[in-house]
Design a protein around this ligand. Structure first.
Ligand code: CLF
Ligand code: SF4
Length: 293
């Protein structure tokens, strides 16, 4: 029955370190970097695969096949009893490599039907895959929505690649936004707890963010996570200033009046493991894994 199912989702949400501020000191998440590709280009992103000293989204030491991801999950689960969530956050987009993402989830569900899955996506392919996401039992999805106004979005996205065509400028941002909003509405309607990440870029979308928050609140999302711009070296925004914590917190205080704000985000690597505040990804690299026998 729906209310039992919903109670189960709330219970899992209370143990999700990103969705619940209380849970993040007690419960760990692990990211499985199985989705290397992306179908859009954000001006703040530069994905790297061999960087062990950086901690930010898009960075990972290794990309795994679904089979290796399953082995890694079994290894980490054995060593980490407070592991509550398996997240797929790239290093590209979880839906741009949906077959890898889906296979990984199915493999792990066969080992542990109780574990909570979490996906992070730019939302471009949500209209296509949201029904499968729901059918797989995934109840935690994060969508990054940086602008409602395509003219502002056009400053943030270099291109969008969709169904074999390339889009740029306002057309790209408008298409992305359309798919994001349709996908979020579908997920919420089907009982998924949706979190919205928003990258705050001074002088670009900062004043527009309260409007984004109001819109996603209207769609029924659970929480918004306004994050500072970290200008990634080699990205188009590498010369922009990092958003200050003061400006970020002032904006969160304004948006808090509309909806719950996440304030403990660590802008994790795509292979992060452990409590949000103590990344143990370097302890669990598959190339260093002890072999059986
Ligand atoms: Fe990972 Fe993201 Fe799921 Fe959390 S991270 S896919 S919702 S399990 Fe969390 Fe890390 Fe911030 Fe993301 S602290 S970057 S919000
Ligand atoms: Fe990078 Fe994510 Fe943007 Fe893709 S959606 S370009 S992986 S930040």
């Amino acid at each position: 029955c729906f209310s039992t199912l919903h109670a189960d989702v709330l219970e899992k949400t209370s143990k999700h370190p990103c969705y619940s501020a209380d849970a993040h000191h007690k419960y760990a998440r692990m990211h499985l970097p199985v989705a290397p590709r992306c179908n859009i280009q954000c001006n703040y992103c530069n994905r790297k695969f061999d960087c062990v000293n950086e901690s930010r989204p898009g960075v990972t030491s290794e990309v795994l096949t679904p089979e290796h991801a399953k082995d890694k999950f079994a290894w980490v689960k054995e060593k980490m009893e407070h592991l509550s969530v398996v997240g797929i956050a790239g290093p590209g987009d979880a839906l741009a490599d949906w077959l890898f993402t889906k296979q990984t989830i199915k493999h792990i569900q066969a080992l542990d039907p109780e574990i909570t899955f979490c996906l992070s996506t730019n939302g471009l392919l949500l209209p296509e895959y949201a029904p499968e996401i729901v059918a797989l039992g995934i109840r935690h999805v994060t969508v990054t929505v940086n602008a409602l106004d395509p003219a502002i979005g056009a400053e943030i996205y270099q291109f969008v690649s969709y169904q074999g065509k390339w889009y740029t400028g306002v057309a790209a941002a408008g298409l992305l936004l359309h798919n994001q909003l349709a996908g979020i509405a579908y997920l919420v309607k089907h009982g998924v707890m949706v979190k919205i990440n928003i990258v705050m870029i001074k002088g670009l979308n900062d004043r527009h963010i309260p409007a984004v928050v109001k819109k996603v609140k209207e769609l029924g999302v659970f929480v918004t996570n306004i994050m500072p711009l970290i200008p990634a070296p080699g990205s188009a925004f590498e010369h922009l200033p990092q958003t200050s914590m003061k400006d970020l917190n002032t904006l969160r205080d304004v948006c808090q009046l509309d909806i719950r704000q996440m304030r403990h985000c660590q802008q994790c690597r795509a292979d992060a493991i452990g409590l949000l505040y103590e990344d143990r990804s370097q302890e669990f690299r598959m190339c260093d894994r002890p072999q059986d026998g």
